[in-house]
Ligand binder design. Structure first.
Ligand code: CA
Ligand code: CA
Length: 197
């Protein structure tokens, strides 16, 4: 009786362990909106901080884009700039395009410039203070809550790599036509199976 009980527990623990591993492997790892303020369409991320108590953001927990200190982060935005918004952070905030210069020693503007006057401002800042490697937890943030509004962001590059901002699939249908890549899956089948649990 005692042995049967122990065996049962061991089997249950083994099943739990296998289930837990499968669940971790299946979690999509692409871009996602942290709340209802952010949407994505055709390469443009729209961040509406209105009504969001702590602002809004579009994030990727495991962005596999190489980056080293001294590299550039560039992006374009349309809308107001100020109070830390808009900005891009990498490595969980180790570097941040808006407060990259606490000592005022660089001429790189966190609000960028719009020399062609089309309303899209281009920001280009130099990465510092990170561990050379990959971007990792990356975010596009609008949280100037004292002056909420809509900011659009597009054409993000990190270390010279153009970063796809397509969101992670949220259904097996979205795995098709290459959509699996945005979720960090290696192929369509792996993506589809993650929704068949
Ligand atoms: Ca929020
Ligand atoms: Ca422009």
């Amino acid at each position: 009786m005692h042995r049967v009980l122990v065996g049962g527990l061991t089997t249950a623990a083994a099943i739990f362990a296998v289930t837990a591993v499968a669940a971790i492997a299946a979690v999509p790892t692409g871009w996602f909106a942290t709340d209802s303020g952010t949407t994505y369409s055709n390469g443009v991320v729209t961040l509406n901080s209105g009504g969001q108590a702590d602002g809004t953001s579009y994030e990727n927990l495991t962005l596999d884009v190489p980056v080293e200190n001294g590299d550039k982060i560039t992006f374009e935005y349309r809308g107001e700039c100020g109070g830390g918004a808009p900005r891009v952070f990498i490595q969980d905030g180790a570097y941040n395009t808006f407060d990259q210069d606490p000592n005022g020693t660089t001429t790189e503007s966190a609000c960028g410039t719009d020399p062609d006057g089309d309303g899209w401002f281009r920001v280009s800042t130099t990465v510092q203070g990170i561990q050379d490697g990959v971007a990792g937890h990356t975010g596009i943030v609008s949280d100037n809550i004292s002056d909420p509004g809509v900011i659009e962001v597009r054409n993000l590059t990190i270390g010279g790599t153009a970063v796809s901002l397509a969101p992670a699939p949220t259904s097996k249908e979205q795995c098709k036509d290459g959509g699996y890549r945005a979720g960090g899956f290696e192929n369509q089948g792996q993506c589809v199976s993650s929704f068949n649990r």
